[in-house]
Write a protein that binds this ligand. Structure first.
Ligand SMILES: *[C@@H]1O[C@H](CO)[C@@H](O)[C@H](O)[C@H]1NC(C)=O
Ligand SMILES: *[C@@H]1O[C@H](CO)[C@@H](O)[C@H](O)[C@H]1NC(C)=O
Ligand SMILES: *[C@@H]1O[C@H](CO)[C@@H](O)[C@H](O)[C@H]1NC(C)=O
Ligand SMILES: *[C@@H]1O[C@H](CO)[C@@H](O)[C@H](O)[C@H]1NC(C)=O
Ligand SMILES: *[C@@H]1O[C@H](CO)[C@@H](O)[C@H](O)[C@H]1NC(C)=O
Ligand SMILES: *[C@@H]1O[C@H](CO)[C@@H](O)[C@H](O)[C@H]1NC(C)=O
Length: 297
């Protein structure tokens, strides 16, 4: 009986060690992706509500609960009605927490005065470029339609506080292919690159072996990886390896950040009310995905 117990104990410890060792080794290789994907909502404007589409809504008294719902539903921004804003004669809110599919871009085109709510976004600083495109529940993107080599494209992305777009999930590849189609572009550089003939590495620093999804077009990646060291996404929802020195449009993914500088989202509104801003009002785009991703609760 005693022996039996000892053996069981040993097995338990062995199992524990195995699990521990396995998780440590996979953590160290692929941790960057998970770490970079837990965003934070930054207070944007008090007494404003964004009218961008809603993914989820709830009646919460605490901001933390609302933020948690936001992260769970992958909302890019939230409207939250704090308790103090609800009892000073304001019209009653239906729901205190609204989780939104997209984030406001420069100009804050969908922000409306509403003293019941405060608006929060994961893209608080810098404010997304006015011509950026939202892919609901995934992120904000910007496409440079001008063809350029990878290093010049990378520089343009960085100038917008972005990185070449991550395409390592099916949802991303499909919606970003749709984004290309919407911009009437066939292909664009994305965030997969091989250094010196090694495995392709995503912009977050993770090797492609950290994920199982692949979208290589037939015959790709080319064997000559040292020469075909970059990757382009196609409208047909596939990836192709291509030389980094060739010229293609560049697809950038904006990096969430903060804190927000009060009023900064409106500065371009005031500056150029009749110039490009009026025009870009028409240009600000949202890529609609399969609605089933956004079941409201
Ligand atoms: C949410 O709560 C407020 C008061 O706290 C209430 O007036 C409102 O009816 C509630 N909404 C729903 C949908 O339950
Ligand atoms: C919101 O209200 C403020 C002050 O009451 C006003 O200056 C501003 O123009 C209003 N903004 C919008 C978008 O209506
Ligand atoms: C946004 O796009 C429009 C149309 O392509 C362009 O005219 C405008 O200059 C762009 N705005 C900025 C700030 O680049
Ligand atoms: C960076 O972007 C600004 C506009 O936001 C532009 O004026 C500047 O030329 C860009 N720099 C480079 C190196 O592309
Ligand atoms: C790249 O590969 C070449 C030859 O295969 C080698 O000489 C060089 O040191 C490598 N460079 C790096 C940065 O690994
Ligand atoms: C991209 O073009 C620039 C010149 O515009 C050049 O200096 C650079 O080496 C090129 N990069 C690649 C990877 O070909």
């Amino acid at each position: 009986m005693l022996v039996h117990a000892k053996q069981t104990m040993f097995l338990v410890i062995l199992c524990y060690l195995t699990i521990k060792l396995t998780s440590v080794s996979s953590d160290s290789q692929c941790s960057k992706v998970t770490a970079s994907r837990t965003p934070k909502y930054h207070l944007m404007e008090k007494c404003y509500r964004s009218s961008l589409g809603m993914i989820a809504k709830a009646n919460y008294t605490s901001l933390t609960s609302c933020q948690r719902l936001g992260i769970e539903k992958k909302g890019l921004s939230i409207n939250f009605s704090p308790p103090e804003a609800r009892d000073d004669g304001n019209m009653a809110t239906e729901y205190t927490c609204e989780v939104l599919r997209c984030a406001e871009a420069d100009g804050g085109l969908s922000l409306v005065n509403d003293s019941r709510y405060d608006h929060y976004s994961i893209y608080a600083k810098p404010i997304p470029h006015v011509n950026s495109t939202c892919v609901p529940a995934i992120g904000m993107f910007f496409i440079f339609t001008k063809r350029m080599n990878y290093s010049n494209g990378l520089r343009e992305c960085k100038n917008l506080s972005g990185i070449p777009a991550d395409v390592t999930t099916e949802q991303r590849t499909e919606s970003l292919a749709q984004l290309l189609a919407g911009a009437s572009i066939e292909t664009a550089f994305v965030g997969l690159k091989s250094k010196n003939g090694s495995v392709f590495v995503s912009s977050s620093g993770d090797g492609l072996d950290c994920s199982t999804y692949r979208a290589w077009a037939p015959g790709f990646p080319k064997r000559l990886r040292k020469k075909y060291d970059c990757v382009i996404i196609t409208r047909e929802r596939t990836w192709k390896s291509a030389p980094c020195k060739n010229n293609y449009p560049m697809l950038c993914e904006l990096i969430p950040g903060g804190p927000y500088k009060k009023g900064s989202i409106f500065t371009s509104r005031n500056k150029k009310e009749n110039g490009w801003y009026a025009y870009s009002r028409l240009q600000h785009k949202i890529v609609f995905q399969d609605r089933s991703h956004f079941d409201t609760t």
